[in-house]
Write a protein that binds this ligand. Structure first.
Ligand code: PBG
Length: 325
């Protein structure tokens, strides 16, 4: 027998391109964007170079640029004024709340040219920073929170979201939101469920991005990073409740969970390359310790290789611009 030589398929760039197993296309990338109330100019987020809190005007431009670049979608987060936060996160479901105004502005700008998604959660809007309503003991009350999520989702659909993204990890949130959307004339609005979402240290920079008020942690609702089987369980429950897409988050450190979910899912699977995963690459690159472009491309390629059909990433625009093959 002659020696087996896999290197034959690595000889030239054309050969490597021909046999490449994973290609990341701009149409499968979703750009997360932040819109803030009460600012009159874009505000940079120090821990996420290149990412800003938008005004409504700059949000419109960003949405247009994303559509022009051929991205698949936008995921909107709202940052209210500090004074507008309360224990119930009331401004989230207010049609004049910043996220709902942002959704209307984006849909007005891009129509159906790009898929417009909304983060359906309370943490940006509550003065305690938790993703839900607290009971008398200070614990997040699952069922009361789910009712509030339904109001959020309907308001977001009214404002023009094509897709709502419940991200608070409450039990039963997908089913309740589906019923709420259907009952309010929004049967065509899809749900992307943050299905397997872990209590991750890699959300750190996001908390700056949304000016989070959280003290403490989310371990009573987000998953323990040590649990793989539970990630699949959460995704299967969301599928049974009618999720149109399921998401694993964070992405790069959870490729095992992502592969499990991708193998079991009969709907598109998304993964969220989160703020900390992005910020670490930026920080090392600023010191000249890592090649930013190559590292971000490798990270996202690996996430797709593991089974993601869709990737949410702050690097979506630059990846789309540098796509070579
Ligand atoms: C909750 C939410 C969070 C992120 C997305 N949706 C924060 C959290 O769960 O604490 C994190 C995204 C990121 O880190 O990029 N609304």
């Amino acid at each position: 027998m002659t020696l087996v030589r896999p290197r034959r398929l690595r000889t030239t760039p054309a050969m490597r391109t021909l046999v490449r197993e994973t290609r990341v296309h701009p149409a499968q990338l979703v750009l997360p964007v932040f819109v803030a109330d009460g600012i009159d100019a874009e505000r940079p987020i120090a821990s996420m170079p290149g990412v800003v809190q938008h005004t409504l005007e700059s949000l419109r431009r960003a949405a247009w640029a994303a559509a022009e670049a051929g991205l698949g979608g936008l995921m909107l987060f709202g940052v209210p004024r500090e004074d507008d936060k309360d224990a119930a996160g009331t401004c989230g479901a207010d049609p004049e709340g910043i996220l709902n105004r942002g959704l209307r502005a984006v849909r007005d700008e891009v129509g159906d040219a790009i898929v417009v998604m909304a983060d359906t959660c309370l943490d940006e809007f509550t003065d305690h920073g938790h993703c839900g309503l607290l009971d008398a003991g200070g614990r997040v009350d699952n069922d009361a929170t789910v009712e509030a999520y339904v109001r959020l989702a309907v308001a977001q659909a009214d404002a023009g979201a094509h897709v709502v993204g419940p991200s608070g990890m409450m039990d039963g949130q997908v089913l309740a939101i589906r019923e709420g959307l259907d009952a309010s004339g929004h049967a065509d609005v899809a749900i992307i469920a943050y299905a397997a979402k872990y209590a991750s240290a890699f959300f750190g920079p996001f908390r700056e991005a949304v000016a989070s008020s959280l003290h403490g942690d989310r371990r009573a609702y987000q998953q323990d990073p040590a649990n793989r089987r539970e990630g699949l369980r959460e995704a299967l429950l969301d599928l049974a409740e009618g999720a149109d897409m399921v998401m694993v988050k964070p992405a790069g450190y959870y490729l095992d969970v992502l592969a499990d979910v991708a193998a079991a899912s009969d709907v598109p699977v998304a993964a969220y390359h989160v703020s900390g995963e992005y910020a670490m690459v930026c920080a090392a690159a600023e010191r000249g310790w890592i090649d930013r472009d190559a590292a971000l491309a490798e990270a996202v390629t690996s996430i797709v290789r593991a089974g993601a059909d869709i990737v949410l990433t702050y690097a979506a625009l630059e990846l789309a611009a540098r796509r070579s093959e």
